[in-house]
Design a protein around this ligand. Structure first.
Ligand code: ATP
Length: 297
């Protein structure tokens, strides 16, 4: 008897979830005897539903929503003794996790991926003692600028809305003292921004950490060091060419475990949402979840 749970956030992606409910149920019924649908009403619901799916040993958990809903679902599954296979239909603005896994942005095609039933093991990030994440951690006032993006800007401009706020913040930014202990080594220096990417796609830009694989067991750490104006101009072309890690304004390394502290009162941004004050410790949970992905020919 195979059972699937389908979590829908009815408010995600301009309320597209309910529109695709029936199609998703029909797709899941191809490989499951029973499909239970749960609707979120607010923060924490997707986590609770995912915990329930793990506790009651569902074979599959599927979430339809934006990165917020997917993140909450992953938080309900990570490090549980029993974990259902996890699938999702991206309905958000940025959908970094979907981009990294090559899950189509088109809802019907994403639902087809569930029907094919092909899964692969994927890494998850853990902020020790706090929570889990799938895409990226960011530290610096530039990262904090992303909180200023309103839902209206997001639906009007998409990922560009974030870039505009970041560009605004860069104008009057000052560097901070940063210290990262990682895998028995240490990096110390002045920085404007630190990004810890678990996948290639950051802020909707798939070339950000082009070489990152979803299950390489590594964080890809990018530190934007003190920059001089003529040189900073090269950051943008390098970013879109997938060469950010070799830019001379950027320090790059990989790590599987790291502790990050700074001189300023900064808060870590976790997958686009405000997290907790520094310092924090993060580690990679290698091959933590089995996720539905398109089958490669
Ligand atoms: N029924 C609901 N009505 C309103 N908000 C909800 C409901 N259920 C969950 N939420 C809230 O929705 C948020 C998650 O939204 P999510 O990120 O999935 O979609 P989105 O905002 O459309 O996507 P994105 O952030 O990528 O644009 C959570 O903060 C959660 O509390």
């Amino acid at each position: 008897m195979r059972r699937a749970m389908l979590i829908i956030n009815p408010s995600s992606g301009q309320e597209k979830g309910l529109q695709f409910e029936e199609e998703a149920v029909v797709a899941l019924e191809k490989q499951h005897d029973e499909v239970f649908v749960k609707y979120t009403e607010g923060e924490g619901d997707a986590t609770r539903f995912a915990e329930e799916a793990s506790e009651h040993r569902y074979d599959t958990l599927v979430s339809m929503g934006g990165d917020g809903t997917i993140n909450e679902s992953v938080n309900g599954l990570a490090e549980k003794d029993y974990k259902p296979a996890f699938g999702f239909v991206p309905l958000g603005t940025v959908n970094d996790f979907a981009r990294a896994l090559e899950i189509p942005m088109n809802e019907q095609r994403a639902i087809k991926v569930l029907e094919q039933g092909h899964t692969k093991p994927v890494d998850i990030g853990k902020i020790v003692g706090e929570r889990y994440f799938m895409n990226v951690l960011a530290v610096g006032a530039i990262a904090e600028a992303t909180y200023k993006v309103t839902p209206e800007q997001k639906s009007r401009l998409g990922p560009l809305a974030y870039m505009i706020e970041v560009a605004r913040a860069m104008k009057d930014e000052t560097p901070f003292d940063l210290s990262i202990d990682f895998d028995g080594k240490q990096w110390e220096g002045k920085a404007y921004l630190v990004l810890v990417a678990l996948t290639n796609s950051v802020g909707g830009i798939e070339s950000f950490a082009e070489h990152a694989e979803v299950n390489d067991g590594a964080f890809h750490v990018f530190i934007m060091k003190e920059f001089s104006l003529p040189k900073v101009a090269k950051l943008i072309p390098d970013l879109f060419r997938g060469e950010l890690k070799s830019n001379e304004q950027v320090e790059y390394f990989t790590a599987s475990d790291m502790e990050v502290s700074t001189s300023l009162d900064l808060v870590v941004n976790i997958d686009g949402d405000e997290g907790m004050p520094l310092p924090f410790e993060a580690s990679v949970l290698h091959n933590e979840l089995n996720v539905y992905v398109p089958e490669k020919e």
